[in-house]
Design a protein around this ligand. Structure first.
Ligand SMILES: Nc1ncnc2c1ncn2[C@@H]1O[C@H](COP(=O)(O)OP(=O)(O)OP(=O)(O)O)[C@@H](O)[C@H]1O
Length: 671
């Protein structure tokens, strides 16, 4: 137990720890994100490789689209062997001296055990392969128990976009939370963080700087910049910044970063990401290459452009009064060029006309006037404006600033990447949550290449594919829990269903900074997603029903046709017997039958006559059923179109119908 004296005078140790606890420290944003890199999607080396590719590709697309240029994007991931990496950083390779020191060290016994296990595994796989079963990667057997060697990759992304102004490059890519996408606009990037996180990760894992080549349109030189980041100060640390010749008049950006990664574990995610990006961006051309340390593992995939129709660039918009808080009002006032309160309200927000601004000012109280200088508003007056913004009614934002992919692009993307048997698309109307306009587009496909039975969900937000955290996402939850697939004649378990939902907005309510998923808690978004999927279901249902009926008809026709030879033979046999009976005058028939039997006896009617007549009858019944169905389902109305043919001889008058199983052509003359 501590004595009275000890309690009164704390020990030196507790004094030291107390003083350490109470030291006030600041962290730069770069420091914060380097310590919490998982919140930006850099959880582990594999995920970091994926996120690096993603951030660079999304910047490249934003950049090309911002100058209305059809994007051409090349992504290369080059595997860097340990000795190549060492030579890049000027480190000599060194032989191991004390093997037992290493995590992957194995005793002779452990080695024997592992080799035996590997042999067993290989045998099992050979058997499975012989039986035609799917074979797992033979590397599945884990070697050693250490963390293993780090794997390094050089990631390069080249685009044909707007490029970066020479002097802005260091800040754009070497200062966390700096960017050009902070305005109120539908963009893929938002935080001013992604490219810098790739740089921070390269600094943490390889210590190598980032290389940038960039040229803006019409610029006579290419800026080349090599930089890293001073994490503590959050400022760029420029190694080289120079202008190089640009004889070919190139514009765009090429960014190269060397990081630790793991291609094996994230390979399918990265390729999937590129594939989904090709679905939602069919007007872009992507070339993806993986350059392995051994050339036989190289991969090169070209996602070709399928259309030149690019959605219009999203426009910058103003805030809706219900989407602002006090801080934002203060910032807008500090930035506005408008002089008085009336002009400020009318021009810095959407959905406030001059007349409405006057009414609002009248409502604020006697100390507010339309002509009062907006920069003179006191803190209390700002609170009053904010309160009124929250309580008053405003028209909804129009959503003209949004740029959805468009049903045409979505359908094209789905067709080109999945090759489904059926596809339906739908674009919802603009809706609003918390003052931000949003729009939901959906596509639904059945069947197709590389599609598993059941629901295959593809999610996009501001035209970015979302691949992680699927379970909590509003699209997944809606598709799995709120759609009654059976009622649309779709089998949720057996059919190969592709559900594509793309949400665009000036604010995507992502959960977390990793931009991985959209929560299920915003009811406006949840119900818009549900209705968009349902609209696609309705379209597919009518196609499915039509297909089913065509199939049933075909089946019926096939069944009937199958029996025609037997039936003909049987009837003919009976008639022959009857004809024989008639010859011997054993039986008497009426005139019609008499006539028929005579023809049979004279071989004017034979077995093949029945085959031919029954065949014709089945054809006719089938055509009539098809026409009847088409009339019922309204196909005739939609397909009917008058066409006018002029006769060669003007005195020729006719009125006739040409019948065909799929259409009827009625010719008449009214000259
Ligand atoms: N390929 C590129 N072409 C032109 N400008 C680029 C390119 N890549 C980055 N930039 C510029 O650098 C800025 C910072 O990019 P960064 O990836 O760090 O953030 P962001 O894209 O703005 O937002 P987010 O963190 O949400 O991705 C961008 O806003 C853009 O102005």
């Amino acid at each position: 137990m501590a004595s009275e004296k000890e309690r009164a005078t704390p020990s030196r140790k507790s004094k030291a720890s107390k003083s350490k606890d109470s030291i006030l420290k600041q962290k730069s944003p770069a420091e914060f994100f380097s310590e919490n890199k998982n919140i930006a999607g850099f959880d582990n080396p594999g995920k970091s490789l994926y996120t690096t590719v993603r951030e660079l590709v999304e910047n490249a697309l934003d950049s090309a689209e911002s100058i209305a240029k059809l994007p051409v994007i090349e992504v290369t991931i080059e595997e860097i062997s340990k000795s190549k990496f060492n030579s890049m950083i000027g480190l000599l390779d060194r032989e191991r001296l004390d093997e037992e020191l290493y995590g992957d060290y194995e005793t002779e016994k452990a080695r024997e055990k592992r080799l035996a296990k590997e042999a067993r595994e290989q045998e099992k796989q050979a058997k499975a392969a012989a039986a035609g079963k799917k074979v797992k990667d033979s590397n599945a057997v884990k070697l050693g128990k250490g963390r293993g060697e780090a794997l390094f990759y050089k990631v390069t992304c080249k685009d044909n976009g707007r490029g970066m102004p020479n002097d802005d490059i260091p800040n754009m890519l070497g200062r966390v939370l700096s960017g050009t996408k902070y305005g109120l606009k539908q963009t893929r990037g938002k935080f001013g963080l992604g490219a810098k996180m790739a740089l921070i990760w390269s600094k943490m894992s390889t210590g190598l700087p980032i290389d940038i080549w960039s040229a803006t349109r019409g610029q006579s030189f290419i800026s080349y910049c090599r930089l890293d980041i001073n994490i503590h100060k959050n400022v760029p640390n420029v190694h080289i910044h120079e202008k190089r010749s640009n004889e070919e008049g190139w514009h765009g950006a090429e960014i190269q970063v060397t990081i630790e990664g793991n291609w094996t574990t994230y390979r399918s995610k990265i390729i999937n990401y590129m594939r989904q990006m090709a679905v939602i961006t069919p007007y872009a051309q992507f070339l993806f290459r993986f350059v392995a340390a051994t050339p036989d593992k190289n991969i090169s995939i070209r996602f070709a452009r399928r259309t030149n129709v690019m959605p219009p660039a999203p426009a910058e918009t103003k805030y809706h009064p219900s989407a602002v808080d006090l801080l934002l009002i203060k910032r807008l006032i500090a930035e506005t060029l408008k002089q008085n309160l009336l002009q400020f309200l009318q021009h810095e927000f959407t959905s406030i006309s001059k007349f409405y601004a006057e009414r609002l000012i009248g409502e604020m109280g006697p100390e507010f006037t339309p002509k009062m200088p907006v920069k003179s508003l006191t803190a209390q007056q700002l609170v009053r404006i904010h309160q009124l913004f929250r309580q008053a009614k405003f028209g909804e934002p129009t959503g003209e600033c949004l740029s959805p992919a468009g049903e045409y692009n979505l359908r094209l993307g789905i067709m080109k990447e999945l090759h489904p048997d059926m596809v339906a698309t739908y674009q919802g109307s603009v809706q609003v949550f918390e003052g931000h306009p949003f729009l939901v587009e959906a596509g639904l496909s059945l069947g197709g290449r590389d599609v598993k039975p059941g629901l295959n969900i593809f999610r996009f937000a501001n035209r970015i594919p979302l691949l992680f955290e699927q379970g909590g996402d509003v699209v997944t939850r809606t598709a799995t829990k709120r759609i009654n697939w059976n009622s649309y004649k779709i089998n949720q378990v057996q059919d190969k269903i592709g559900v594509f939902v793309s949400i665009v907005s000036t604010k995507i309510p992502f959960k977390g900074t990793g931009k991985e998923y959209i929560g299920d808690d915003i009811k406006e978004i949840a119900s818009a997603v549900k209705s968009a999927i349902q609209q696609c279901c309705i379209q597919l249902k009518s196609k499915i029903v039509r297909q089913q009926q065509a199939h049933d008809r075909q089946q019926r026709k096939r069944n009937l046709s199958k029996y025609i030879p037997d039936v003909s033979r049987a009837i003919y046999g009976v008639l022959m017997e009857m004809a024989d009976g008639q010859k011997s005058k054993k039986v008497k028939y009426d005139d019609d039958a008499d006539d028929l039997l005579k023809k049979v006896a004279l071989h004017q009617i034979t077995e093949s006559t029945f085959i031919q007549k029954l065949g014709q009858h089945v054809e006719q019944v089938d055509a009539e059923m098809a026409l009847e169905y088409a009339t019922q389902s309204g196909m005739v109305d939609t397909a009917r179109e008058p066409i006018y043919l002029r006769t060669l001889e003007s005195d020729y008058k006719f009125a006739l119908e040409l019948h065909n199983p799929v259409c009827v052509m009625k010719l008449f003359s009214d000259f």
